[in-house]
Each structure stands twice: as structure tokens, then as C-alpha cells.
Ligand binder design. Structure first.
Ligand code: HEM
Length: 152
């Protein structure tokens, strides 16, 4: 396997873990643990265990994503410039995907964060997690479109 292929594989595996756990938190963890008041300790234990995973996962996604942009994305964008009619621009779609992905990662981070702002966001966790799911679906749809764009 080539460098970009390995990077893509790692990127996709980590992306699906982060995306899947947002869904799991929204539909299972949060409704169960917010239904009773005595669950603060369990909530804190879950956050403590999950926090390093989110931080490491987000770092891996950004690092592999930037590498893919340079190794795979730039050549596609350059090739697209040589075509006359070629649909939406690679750079524009990548920019949208990047902003949406940062939004989704911010929400994943807010679910485990310690600052006052993160605590406030968690008070309406269900709303934020559902927004996170919408963002992740859009990110995956755009990513698949980018992946299928021709490179030569
Ligand atoms: C919630 C976070 C993210 C998710 C769910 C996600 C998901 C994906 C998926 C599913 C692919 C498609 C791989 C394929 O089918 O070949 C992909 C590719 C890619 N991702 Fe991400 N990603 C995320 C974050 C990021 C970030 C933060 C960056 C940039 C720093 C990034 C940059 C890229 C690039 C450049 C590609 C390759 C596109 C191409 O083939 O032209 N991703 N991503």
C-alpha cells in the first residue's frame, strides 16, 4: 500500500469511530444517563475515559487529512483546472468539508471538555449531538464525492 492509501485507511477508520460514537452518545448514553440525577459520577467516568480518545482521534484526522490534501487533493485540484467543465471546484468542496468537520470535532470535544463553555454546551447535549450527526453525514457525503473526483 502507498503512503496516501495507508493515510486514507487510518483517516476513514478513525472518522467512523468518531462519527459512530456521536450517534451512540446521542441515542443511548445521553438519554439514559440524563434520566436520573444520581448519575454524575458515571457521566464523569465516561468522560474521563473517552476524553483522550477524542483528542487523539481529532489529531489523527487533522494530520492524515492535511497529508491527504497535499498528496491526493492538490493533484486532483490541479487536474480539474485543466478541464473545461468539471463540476464544483475541489478546493471549494474541501473548504466546506473542512469547516463542517471542525464543527463536528468541536461537538465531540465539547462532550468531554472541562471548560465552562463545554459544560454549558453539555446542558443541551441532545441538541448539539443531533447537530453533530447532521455535520458528520454532510462531511462523509462530501468526502465520498471528493474521493471519486478524477486525478488524471
Ligand atoms: C468528522 C471528521 C471527518 C470525517 C467523518 C471524515 C471522513 C472522510 C471520509 C469518509 C473520507 C473518504 C475517503 C475515501 O472514501 O477514499 C475522507 C477523505 C478525506 N478527508 Fe476527511 N474526514 C474528517 C475530517 C477531516 C479533516 C479535519 C480533514 C482536513 C484537515 C480531512 C481531509 C480529508 C481529505 C483531504 C480527504 C481525501 C479526499 C480525496 O480523496 O480527494 N478530513 N474523509
Amino acid at each position: 500500500m502507498s503512503g496516501p492509501e495507508i493515510s486514507t485507511l487510518i483517516h476513514v477508520i478513525v472518522a467512523f469511530f468518531i462519527a459512530g460514537t456521536l450517534l451512540f452518545q446521542w441515542r443511548a448514553v445521553h438519554p439514559v444517563l440524563s434520566s436520573s440525577d444520581g448519575d454524575d459520577q458515571i457521566r464523569e467516568q465516561i468522560r474521563g475515559r473517552w476524553r483522550p480518545m477524542v483528542h487523539v482521534g481529532a489529531t489523527i484526522l487533522v494530520v492524515t487529512g492535511l497529508y491527504q490534501l497535499m498528496a491526493v487533493g492538490m493533484p486532483k485540484a490541479d487536474f480539474q483546472d485543466t478541464l473545461e467543465a468539471s463540476g464544483p471546484a475541489y478546493h471549494m468542496l474541501f473548504g466546506i468539508k473542512f469547516l463542517l468537520a471542525i464543527g463536528a470535532l468541536f461537538i465531540a470535544g465539547a462532550m468531554v471538555g472541562r471548560s465552562g463553555l463545554m459544560v454549558k454546551i453539555r446542558q443541551s447535549a441532545s441538541k448539539w449531538l443531533s447537530l453533530g450527526i447532521v455535520l458528520v453525514i454532510a462531511v462523509i457525503a462530501i468526502s465520498r464525492y471528493l474521493a471519486q473526483m478524477p486525478s488524471a
